[in-house]
Design a protein around this ligand. Structure first.
Ligand SMILES: Nc1nc2c(ncn2[C@@H]2O[C@H](COP(=O)(O)OP(=O)(O)O)[C@@H](O)[C@H]2O)c(=O)[nH]1
Ligand SMILES: [Mg+2]
Length: 329
């Protein structure tokens, strides 16, 4: 049976042939389907068009999934610390000042719409700081929550010259909406689906005069908000106050240790530590060097930790920051 296709159909078909983007191709195919005469003679063609639409739709969904995955910023260095705060808190200024990244700093809100990483040096390691768009209730971009949940720690930044405690409460509420907790950790039973993050609260713009009260009183109020469980530090990215302390505080909050490996008769490379969580054992360190080493490890010799140089330690020995180990496999 002839299909008796109409001029409208051929026009849509022409658009389909000329379309470059998947979305345009799909739109043209949908139109071809819509204007197609409905009778037995077009059944085959209809099925063919539907197949094409399904294939193109699948392809464009795959692409969004890939794009989505690539939006989560890969971790670099010893750890990834993500900075959150309300508009104008001074997040970009800090990343700009303390790393070699150059996020846009401006005295109007919403200048940072993407995640901008920079590497902050601390002694012999580098820690990745990530400048983020401001938290705005109800309009968090889809890639922000996974970034916060994956981060090794958060810096919560509030502006000391602009009701800092109100800002902290506002940010805590927004994190709660995302089921992200800081401070005292609740059990999985009490808070299903929640994730708890290590955090450091930073009060910025210490150089500006306070509208009410003193910076010291504000910093104390910020400390009290989490019963002293979350460390608080005042800084000025403008004149540099507190920035050296900040490097150390970030390292301390992360609760990581640096362990160095050496081979017999050689000196260790003190610029290339293994980064481990505090409480890690010799077996954990061995696995970090090579995935097979946890099983193969016999013992290690250890320098550091106030022990005798080169003392023999077993696999369950808990390591400390600065330890040097010689693995025997
Ligand atoms: N006086 C002073 N101003 C600051 C300081 N840090 C940031 N600012 C200013 O505050 C405004 C907002 O800073 P920005 O880093 O863009 O804020 P963000 O929105 O949190 O990224 C800019 O005009 C900065 O120059 C600081 O330590 N002292
Ligand atoms: Mg910014």
């Amino acid at each position: 049976m002839p299909a008796n296709l109409t001029p409208a159909y051929f026009e849509a078909e022409k658009r389909f042939r000329e379309a470059k983007a998947n979305q345009d191709k799909i739109a043209a195919l949908e139109e071809m389907l819509a204007v197609m005469p409905k009778h037995k003679g077009t059944d085959h063609l209809k099925a063919d068009l539907r197949r094409k639409i399904a294939k193109l739709t699948q392809a464009s969904e795959r692409k969004t999934a890939t794009q989505r995955a690539s939006m989560v910023l890969p971790k670099e260095g010893a750890a990834q610390v993500v900075i959150v705060g309300l508009p104008n808190a001074g997040k970009s200024q800090l990343v700009d000042g303390i790393t070699k990244a150059t996020p846009t700093v401006a005295d109007y809100p919403f200048t940072t719409q993407n995640a901008t990483p920079g590497m902050m040096e601390f002694e012999n390691i580098k820690i990745q700081l990530v400048d983020m768009p401001p938290l705005v209730s109800g309009s968090t971009q889809f890639w922000v929550p996974p970034m916060l949940r994956r981060a090794d720690a958060l810096i919560i930044m509030v502006d000391l010259s602009d009701t800092p405690l109100d800002q902290l409460v506002e940010i805590s509420m927004q994190l709660e909406e995302l089921k992200i907790g800081i401070g005292e950790k609740k059990s999985e039973e009490e808070a299903p689906g929640w994730t708890w993050k290590k955090a450091l609260i930073i009060g910025s713009k210490l150089d500006l005069p306070e509208e009410n009260g003193t910076a010291e009183a504000d910093l104390q109020a910020l400390r009290d908000e989490y019963k002293g469980q979350v460390p608080v530090l005042g800084i000025s990215a403008k004149n540099g106050t507190g920035l050296e302390d900040l490097r150390l505080k970030v390292f301390e909050v992360l609760d990581i240790i640096r362990v160095y490996t050496k081979t017999p008769g050689q000196k260790p490379d003190l610029n290339d530590p293994i980064i481990l969580e505090r409480g890690s054992t010799l077996a954990d360190a061995a696995e970090d060097v090579h995935k097979d080493f946890r099983a193969k490890l016999k013992f290690a010799r250890l320098w550091g930790s106030g022990k005798h140089d080169g003392v023999m330690v077993k696999r369950d020995h808990v390591l400390e920051d600065g330890d040097i180990i010689e693995l025997h496999i």
